[in-house]
Design a protein around this ligand. Sequence first.
Ligand code: ZN
Length: 497
Amino acid sequence: MAVGTRVEYETVIGIEVHAQLRTQSKMFCPCPTAPAEGVADEPNSRVCPICLGMPGTLPVINRRAVELVLLTGLALECRVETDAVRFERKNYFYPDLPKGYQISQYALPLTSNGRLAVVVPSEGAEVTIRITRAHLEEDTARLQHAGRGFSVVDFNRAGVPLMEIVTEPDLRSPAQARAYGETLRELLRAIGASNADMEAGSMRIEGNVSLRPAGSTGLGTKVEVKNLNSFRSLERALTYEVARHAEALDRGDTLAQETRGWDEERGRTIVQRSKEEANDYRYFPEPDLPPLRPSEAWVAQVRAGLPELPAGRRERYTAQLGLSAYDAGVLTANATLAAYFDAVVEAGIAPKGAANWMTGEFSRLLNQHAADGLHADGVALRPEGLAELIGEVEAGRISSTNAKSVLATVFESGESPRAVILREGLGQVSDSGAIGSAIDAVLAAFPGQVDEYRAGKSQLLGFLVGQVMKRMAGRADARLVNEELRRRLEAGEAGES
Ligand SMILES: [Zn+2]
């Protein structure tokens, strides 16, 4: 490289997600995955000889867990393996793994070769990410450092069904990685496969990143980043790594293939360990479980249970409802927002009008409560109520400015918008008598402007409309005022009636 030239790099990112499947019982035993309603989750209260890894016990496959991975695979347009899928033992030692191995799928995953379309708002682009595989495995126990040099183990989480979803290294920026994570979360929630809650640990995400000279096709040294407890952390950690790699490569340093942890407070990654290879785990078929052969009939039945997916919904919104790609993208980025919008349209509001309110004022109010974890399905005002309010605006019975203030009230109270409009006297006056008197008064009060308008200074109409609206305290139907004022000015009526 000549002195002074700077190499441009391309970022290459792959993502691995672990999602806890929404099942009642664990992967290979009947222990519940959550405590009973109203019961405190005491450590080691949901365990049995199987999930404690006692010798001589036999695991049994959880049918619902298999179904949920099939459902996810189908939603991700994966190929579903109907041949004999073997569970395999992934061998390693760790105190949270009493058996000394984890039951997973390696050589032949249940589903593979899929894809997910991801809208990346910050880049104004849509990218398609190839999905390498979505397979089934079990979770480990949870280790807690108890201080004074010892740790304790809680086996409640041991054996909980987990799905691992791995992408090809198709992502080209930390922002794309974040958008992928958020899109996948919405998908998993929409199909009911997982609660996909990063904070509660039911969705965990890891990214691997490498840089290569722009234009080349090889892969650089890959670093895996863990300990990410939010999508924001994912984006920050990857951004940090991209900068670190670029600096090292510029200096001519060699990067180590390793696993690094994200330190949220310090805003940097720290080496955890050198990366192990697959053959370190000595995978081999689990002898205690029969091969899994999902029948075509079963797969067809699971496919029939797929709800409308975000991508299909987006397509329907633009192609059938005539929404802009932007509106469709905003509405479908969140399943509860899309369902709310559908219900407003169902209640009789034209899609475009419903979309304007939903992506505008409604989303603004929703964002104000985002920190409380409020989603559209938790808003006190139900879709029928929003439809009622939009209907009042469209019928000219309330101005859109006043409707916004009504929305702010009913959004939290859930009251009928009509009742609030009545109570607060915000209704719009469409009474032509009242509007007529106000116009008369304005024509009389501004004879100079009236003459100028008639002499051709047509932009004065706006001024006169404003004066009428002022006299009616903003409650007149502006469209009616406009029409009536123009009619009188053009008819040459004077204002001294
Ligand atoms: Zn158990």
